[in-house]
Design a protein around this ligand. Structure first.
Ligand code: HEM
Length: 190
């Protein structure tokens, strides 16, 4: 469980934050969404995720291809599926809406970042991966303002390793959002 759940989630959070840093307009939109769904008095919870559709759409872009190497012996290549132009239009464009408003990337099994069938990533309704990444990214955006160090975009080149981390670790500037002081303090409260 530790092995399946740590590097996979940490790497995906890093990629999702990189996407947000390169698309500040999407970051602003998600912050508005979180503020209106969750407010300023409590941290984002798992029951909120179904209503945070734009957050889920952007996160899906990177769930999309940050999968661990499949352990099954079935002859299928989940790493290729998100890169197939026959399955997906405008592959190189940032289009979170393709996953938006309740649409799921699994529809028709066009992408299976969490596997399928009996050995798939477990979870109540949503997979544990989707849940954990949604909660972490949601809390980071709810509580902090994020920006890149400069005008240069975050490098999206892939490094090596079975969870496919970024080639260059993602670095960014962040500062607490003042109106969320009450919520941020929950990070440190016992
Ligand atoms: C973005 C994060 C994650 C991704 C992309 C992901 C992806 C996957 C995939 C593709 C499989 C199926 C592997 C196979 O076909 O053999 C899997 C299985 C599994 N995952 Fe995840 N996962 C993530 C996060 C997590 C988390 C947070 C946990 C637990 C806290 C977790 C627990 C497991 C377990 C226990 C299995 C094995 C299920 C079984 O063999 O019956 N995963 N995951």
């Amino acid at each position: 469980m530790l092995v399946a759940g740590t590097d996979t989630s940490a790497t995906t959070v890093e990629w999702v934050m990189a996407l947000f840093l390169n698309h500040p307009e999407a970051l602003a939109e998600v912050q508005i969404e979180i503020d209106s769904v969750v407010g300023h008095d409590r941290l984002v919870e798992d029951s909120d995720l179904q209503n945070l559709t734009y957050l889920q759409s952007v996160s899906s872009l990177k769930h999309f291809d940050s999968i661990h190497q499949p352990r099954s012996h079935f002859l299928m290549n989940p790493l290729r599926m998100p890169l197939e132009p026959e399955l997906w239009e405008d592959l190189d464009r940032f289009v979170p809406e393709r996953f938006g408003h309740g649409r799921r990337e699994y529809k028709g099994y066009k992408s299976i970042p969490f596997g399928v069938g009996r050995r798939a990533c477990p979870g109540p309704g949503a997979t544990l991966g989707r849940l954990v990444v949604g909660l972490i990214v949601g809390a980071l955006i709810q509580c902090f303002k994020w920006q890149r160090f400069g005008v240069e975009e975050i490098d999206m080149a892939e490094g090596s390793g079975c969870t496919m981390p970024p080639a260059t670790p993602v670095e960014a500037l962040c500062k607490p959002r003042e109106k969320n002081d009450a919520v941020s303090s929950q990070f440190t409260s016992p």
